[in-house]
Design a protein around this ligand. Structure first.
Ligand SMILES: [Zn+2]
Length: 187
């Protein structure tokens, strides 16, 4: 049960590990490592948070691919607005390793057009996505789901489900070229 406490929300029976180092309250769920099939774009939220923090591949959970050019990400491309990704844009999707990135777009041919591969050299956690609670009353009610930057006052009123990463510096890359380089380097 979510209650109001101080200037924000809390669990009525809150334990010591339910907030991150910034004091953000996180959703609860049964932890079942190894269960469930990885599905691109749909990441179990504890896995999402861990993968984002530790830069693990969102599909296999191994290390994501990192080169001097940056960490590999697949992000949604808007067919009507190609090249829309700009520094300062954010994602809730963790990075990937090359084999999983290639397998993801091969398994879903439509992804080739809807996603673009990025090598991200500079990035940082920027906030969380979760359920927003409205201040007021002892039992606040969630009214919306949205992203909240860490510096927002609303960070005390969100029940976090996903970590958001902001891209600062990146290059758009060709996944086939990345794959060829990956194979050539025997990584
Ligand atoms: Zn992988």
């Amino acid at each position: 049960m979510v209650i109001a406490r101080g200037q924000g929300i809390a669990y009525a029976d809150e334990g010591p590990y339910e907030r991150d180092s910034l004091g953000v309250l996180w959703k609860r769920i049964g932890w079942s490592p190894g269960k469930g099939r990885p599905e691109f774009g749909r990441v179990h939220f504890l896995r999402q948070r861990r993968a984002m923090q530790k830069l693990l591949c969102q599909v296999c959970g191994g290390p994501s691919d990192r080169t001097p050019e940056g960490t590999l990400w697949l992000v949604e491309e808007d067919a009507d607005d190609p090249g829309r990704w700009k520094p300062g844009d954010v994602t809730t999707h963790p990075p990937l390793c090359v084999p999983c990135a290639v397998a993801s777009v091969e398994a879903c041919p439509h992804l080739r057009k809807q996603y673009v591969a990025l090598r991200v050299r500079a990035f940082a956690p920027a906030g969380v996505h979760g359920a927003l609670y409205r201040p007021g009353g002892p039992f606040p009610v969630a009214y919306s789901a949205d992203g909240v930057p860490f510096e927002s006052w609303q960070i005390r009123w969100v029940l976090a489900g996903q970590l958001i990463t902001e891209f600062h510096e990146f290059t758009v890359v060709d996944l086939d070229t990345e794959h060829a380089a990956y194979l050539a380097n025997g990584r």
